[in-house]
Design a protein around this ligand. Structure first.
Ligand code: URA
Length: 209
């Protein structure tokens, strides 16, 4: 069973409230998404392995822990996922960044891959796939398909807001992918928007509406 974790830290919830607010403008929206992505990255990297290192302090010699150097990759789903990348890199600056671009076929409404560029050693990396919204789950499921097709073995998915419908679709399709969410909302509306959600994440991030 995949882990589904709602990261209900007070700082995350507080910032998310302002992200949702219709009166929050593009600049502040972008900054808040960046900050929440950093806070979420802190929570989801709790299981990173450590190794002991010999150190010398001004007082004497000893040992202390450092990261064991597990290779990480951040994979935003274009375009809205881009808004979460810098926030994660603030904490794990050595991570490589790949990109998955999907568009919705106007006839079938299915997501179709149009751009994929990944680190060469993708099969050796722990990947954090990011998209602010997990709505129907269509894009996230297809993005994981794209990653697995290219050899990815370890993927976790991180989003700001999820609908129950998306969580179910994603866990049915990819039970090996853990999901980290800042808030689990009520439902999808008839247009596929999350209620109450935050509107169109891409448009709000990039000011395109
Ligand atoms: N994508 C968005 O940007 N917002 C939603 O509510 C659903 C999908």
């Amino acid at each position: 069973m995949p882990k589904i974790q709602v990261l209900d830290h007070p700082l995350i919830q507080h910032k998310l409230t302002y992200i949702r607010d219709i009166n929050t403008g593009t600049k502040e929206f972008r900054e808040l998404v960046d900050e929440v992505a950093t806070l979420m990255a802190y929570e989801i990297t709790r299981d990173l392995p450590l190794t002991e290192k010999e150190i010398e302090t001004p007082i004497g010699k000893g040992t202390s822990d450092v990261l064991a150097g597990k290779k990480l990759g951040i994979i935003p789903i274009l375009r809205a996922g881009l808004g979460m990348v810098e926030g994660i890199l603030n904490l794990i600056p050595a991570a490589k960044v790949g990109h998955v671009g999907l568009y919705r076929d106007p006839e079938t409404f299915e997501p179709v891959e149009y751009y994929v560029k990944l680190p060469k050693d993708v099969s050796e990396r722990d990947l954090i796939l990011v998209d602010p919204m997990l709505a129907t789950g269509g894009s996230a499921i297809e993005a994981v398909n794209s990653l697995k097709k290219r050899g990815a073995k370890s993927i976790r998915f991180m989003c700001l807001i999820a609908a129950p419908e998306g969580v179910k679709a994603m866990t049915d399709a990819h039970p090996d992918v853990d999901i980290y969410i800042a808030a689990l909302d009520e439902k999808l509306d008839e247009n596929g928007y999350i209620v109450p959600g935050l509107g169109d994440a891409g448009d709000r991030l990039f000011g395109t509406k």
